[in-house]
Design a protein around this ligand. Structure first.
Ligand code: SF4
Length: 281
């Protein structure tokens, strides 16, 4: 296990230690690659009594892309084992509504932990490491609060505290990535929150680009050099990443990569796992 794996290990889903929270607590719809339309708090029809998924081995064949892509950033096991001390919501049904509510909050806290943890791996962000570490410590402490406190937590305020820091880190990394580079065609279209659905970006200069919140659904990024590119909050569903170089892209999550298309030639950051289903697409 590498140093990065150690840092990120608590921020990956460990379903064995969870009570199927993502398969119960979340609202989801069949049109987004889930088995059916269901309300939040209602168990998925495929969830077994021991919280295993009865179709887990055939999510790809069944077209359940939403399930396949989902990762809770390790929030499930934190809520089940820490916030609720291992008390199963099926055995203590009165705790279920609060556990599901806390899970939604914890997922957002763990997502922020993910970005802050990653920011500390970005060499260009070194000038702001102290501030990042301090926010990371605060965020970790929040995740240890009791379930009563967590349920009342104002997550939007916590997000506002870290966003400027992540943006500052992004500017530092992207500026370094652009050093000595000439700007090539198509760059003017690239801006935060850009609508790039199905766009052909194979020849667009994306090194050091800011793709924050960009909609890249089904975009063609084959062979693209995405070094120093910020992907925070970008929608990569069905984006074609075959042959793309994301080895030095940043603020990428496992969910984003799971929802995209790629293959063995796609280069990924060290803390992102190659999705096993890529070979099927
Ligand atoms: S199909 Fe399986 S993974 Fe998807 S929500 Fe249902 S139980 Fe969970």
């Amino acid at each position: 296990m590498s140093i990065d794996d150690n840092k990120f290990s608590d921020l990956r889903a460990d379903c064995e230690k969870c009570f199927g929270l993502c398969c119960v607590a979340l609202y989801f719809s069949a049109s987004e690659g889930f088995p059916n339309d269901k309300e939040a708090g209602q168990p998925c029809l495929n969830l077994l009594p021991d919280y295993r998924c009865c179709v887990h081995d055939s999510l790809t064949e069944r077209g359940l892309k939403g399930c396949r892509a989902f990762d809770c950033f390790g929030a499930g096991q934190k809520v089940a084992r820490v916030s609720f001390g291992g008390n199963d919501w099926r055995e203590v049904p009165q705790s279920a509504p609060q556990m599901f509510a806390v899970f939604l909050i914890m997922m957002q806290l763990h997502e922020m932990l993910w970005y802050l943890t990653e920011a500390l791996t970005l060499q260009s962000a070194r000038p702001i490491y102290d501030e990042i570490r301090s926010r990371l410590d605060e965020m970790e402490q929040l995740t240890q609060l009791s379930h009563d406190w967590l349920e009342k937590l104002d997550v939007a305020t916590e997000r506002e505290k870290i966003n400027p820091l992540l943006q500052q880190g992004s500017e530092l990394v992207r500026a370094d990535a652009r050093l000595g580079k000439k700007t090539r065609s198509g760059r003017s279209r690239i801006r935060p929150y850009a609508d790039l659905v199905a766009a052909d970006l194979r020849k667009t200069d994306l090194i050091g680009a800011n793709l924050r919140g960009a909609c890249l659904i089904a975009a063609d990024l084959r062979g693209a050099d995405l070094s120093g590119t910020d992907f925070i909050g970008a929608d990569l569903r069905d984006a074609d990443l075959r042959g793309a170089d994301l080895g030095r892209s940043f603020f990428l999550t496992q969910n984003q990569i799971n929802s995209a298309k790629g293959d063995l030639s796609t280069k990924l950051p060290p803390f992102i796992e190659r999705p096993p289903h890529w070979s099927f697409d």
